[in-house]
Write a protein that binds this ligand. Structure first.
Ligand SMILES: C[S@@+](CC[C@H](N)C(=O)[O-])C[C@H]1O[C@@H](n2cnc3c(N)ncnc32)[C@H](O)[C@@H]1O
Length: 220
């Protein structure tokens, strides 16, 4: 298990019906069954080839009818209400597209690969509450967002952009993320021969990240 998978699993809680959307290998559903955290689970993937890996890993539960494999786009093939839905390793815009076609699951754990801000904005527009919202490092940087369909959370623009827990209780991983992003921006700004609005946007972004770093280091 990679740190990314362990971090996602640690955010999963007990559920009657669990769904692992874009399950691929099925490790997270394996985790749920091994710890008796769910009665029943749907493993869903748009690719039949990917789903076969999860079916092999969960063969016993599939044979017992406790694990139901579905080849489907997002939540489309899941024929019953799930109280906990995991969608990990997909782009934030793709996760929004999947969620937008259904009622929000009562509880969700999401790990978008990019566009986390768009995903946060979508969840908040729909009245969700975000209980976990932070960046962690496992070779690359990942965001973890977990919460409930109800609760009506309210975020500032900065929190939507960077993740609320990162700003409220910054971790060493988040500071490392900021340091790397700032270094990339500085390297781009040092290149000659380009000017204009994109340069101004980069300067503004660098300044914003410096302010956040200063505030975060003050908190650590
Ligand atoms: C990078 S893997 C992530 C696997 C696992 N969830 C994880 O986080 O390690 C992405 C998986 O999502 C599946 N996928 C992509 N778009 C999907 C969609 N719209 N609905 C269901 N599965 C999808 C892919 O086929 C692939 O197996």
């Amino acid at each position: 298990m990679t740190k990314r998978i362990r971090t996602i699993c640690a955010a999963l809680s007990a559920a009657r019906v669990f769904a692992d959307v874009g399950c691929d290998h099925g490790y997270m559903t394996r985790y749920m069954f091994d710890r008796n955290l769910c009665e029943r689970a749907y493993i869903s993937d748009v690719s039949a080839g990917s789903l076969r890996k999860a079916e092999a890993l969960l063969k016993g539960e599939v044979e017992e009818g406790r694990c139901i494999p579905v080849v489907a786009d997002g939540l489309d093939g899941i024929g019953e209400a799930c109280d906990l839905v995991l969608i990990a390793g997909l782009g934030g815009e793709e996760i929004v597209r999947i969620l937008a076609r259904h009622a929000l699951p009562p509880r969700f754990v999401l790990q978008p690969m990019r566009n986390s801000g768009k995903l946060r904005a979508h969840l908040l527009e729909r009245g969700a509450q975000l209980d976990l919202d932070y960046t962690f490092e496992d070779g690359k940087f990942y965001d973890l967002i977990a919460g409930t369909a109800e609760g009506g959370d309210c975020y500032s623009d900065f929190e939507i952009k960077y993740g609320r827990d990162n700003l409220r209780s910054p971790t060493a991983d988040f500071l490392h993320y900021l340091a790397k992003e700032k270094a990339k921006l500085r390297a781009r700004l040092a290149r000659k021969g380009f000017d204009g609005p994109s340069r101004d946007e980069m300067r503004a972004k660098l300044y914003e990240m410096e302010v956040i770093t200063d505030a975060a280091e003050g908190d650590l």
